[in-house]
Design a binder for this molecule. Structure first.
Ligand SMILES: Nc1ncnc2c1ncn2[C@@H]1O[C@H](COP(=O)(O)OP(=O)(O)OP(=O)(O)O)[C@@H](O)[C@H]1O
Length: 317
């Protein structure tokens, strides 16, 4: 059973169709990327799943979430607000819009758990909030801070802590690092992956940055002109794109540059080989093209490198 099943999704405004016939599934714990140029329909697809489209924008088709016995398309706001923040969580590009400027950070994290009754008491929710803040590598004294006292990267880590607070079945991220300083982008990506892996949550990750998809996702869908034009495992789509648009996207991307930045690990790779920081194209090694592409069990990240579980002793060069 998939965590998310989108079937025949159309999105239109008045007589203009903006998203056409999108089918999309995300399995339990799977990390799926949605890429495409600006205006290709990625955000409208995400907002349709979340039930957050503007009033004049109308979705049709079906969006099913595991454990929820009704279609999310056409569901009323009360039903959707029970699901959002509990089964289905989101991180958008601009963290300030997701935070309440007048509320302390600790209270905002605790509130999500109290609203959904996932912690029985205020003190239990506060303790869980402190733990969540620690897991996004922020100091405990920020629990009493207000959003304006934090940097953009810190705010986005708070938004992530809130999104993960109820162990969602699915986390949707829409360009979560685009507005951040490059120095903190990698850390926020690491924390997103660590967060979903630790909870076995599935991830739908929207970006126009192919190198980020290569780092974060296992499968990718390519959107163009409101349609999904290609999909498949990341290493397949990125090494052997079939659609002309995907080929163009790859040619214009920074993936080659990212690949050429790989540092070669000499000799044989241990059971858990570590890719150095900056290795944004984990599906390919500088000397052994398919070594990582065939690995089924890539897991976990750190700020210093990406861990990739190879067969012990596999030749690297
Ligand atoms: N409320 C709206 N009314 C009319 N058209 C809209 C509305 N929202 C989005 N669109 C149009 O729908 C198309 C898809 O928009 P969408 O935001 O999903 O693109 P995107 O792929 O997420 O782009 P980006 O990467 O720039 O965020 C665009 O042409 C956009 O101009």
């Amino acid at each position: 059973m998939n965590v998310l099943e989108v079937a025949g999704l159309n999105v239109s405004v008045r007589d203009t169709t903006l998203v056409s016939d999108v089918d999309l599934t995300v399995g339990p714990g799977e990390r799926v990327g949605l890429i495409g140029e600006s205006g290709s329909g990625k955000s409208l697809t995400a907002l349709s799943i979340l039930g957050l489209l503007p009033e004049d924008v109308v979705p049709s088709g079906s969006v099913r979430l595991s454990g929820v016995d009704h279609d999310l398309i056409g569901a009323d706001e009360r039903a959707l607000s029970r699901i959002r923040g509990r089964d289905l969580a989101m991180v958008f590009q601009e963290p300030m819009t997701a935070l309440n400027p007048t509320m302390r950070i600790g209270d905002q994290i605790a509130e999500t758990m109290l609203i959904h009754h996932t912690h029985p008491t205020r003190s239990a929710a506060r303790a869980a909030a402190a733990d969540l803040l620690d897991r996004v590598q922020l100091p405990a004294d920020l629990l009493r801070a207000y959003p304006h006292q934090l940097s953009g990267g810190q705010r986005q880590r708070v938004v992530l802590a809130i999104a993960l607070s109820n162990d969602p079945a699915l986390l949707i991220c829409d360009e979560p690092t685009t507005a951040l300083d490059v120095t903190v982008q990698a850390l926020v990506l690491d924390l997103i992956v660590q967060g979903v892996v630790a909870r076995s949550s599935a991830l739908l990750f929207i970006t126009h940055d192919l190198a980020v998809v290569a780092t974060v996702c296992e499968r990718v869908l390519v959107m163009y002109g409101g349609r999904v034009v290609e999909s498949g495992p990341v290493h397949e789509v990125f090494t052997n794109p079939r659609h002309r648009y995907t080929q163009g996207l790859l040619a214009a991307s920074n993936l080659e540059a990212a690949g050429s930045r790989l540092t070669t690990i000499p000799g044989t790779v241990p059971a858990a080989g570590h890719f150095p920081s900056g290795c944004v194209f984990r599906n390919r090694c500088a000397h052994a093209t398919d070594l990582c592409a065939t690995t089924p069990a890539w897991s976990g990240t750190s700020t210093t490198g990406y861990a990739c579980h190879h067969p012990a002793g596999a030749p690297h060069a």
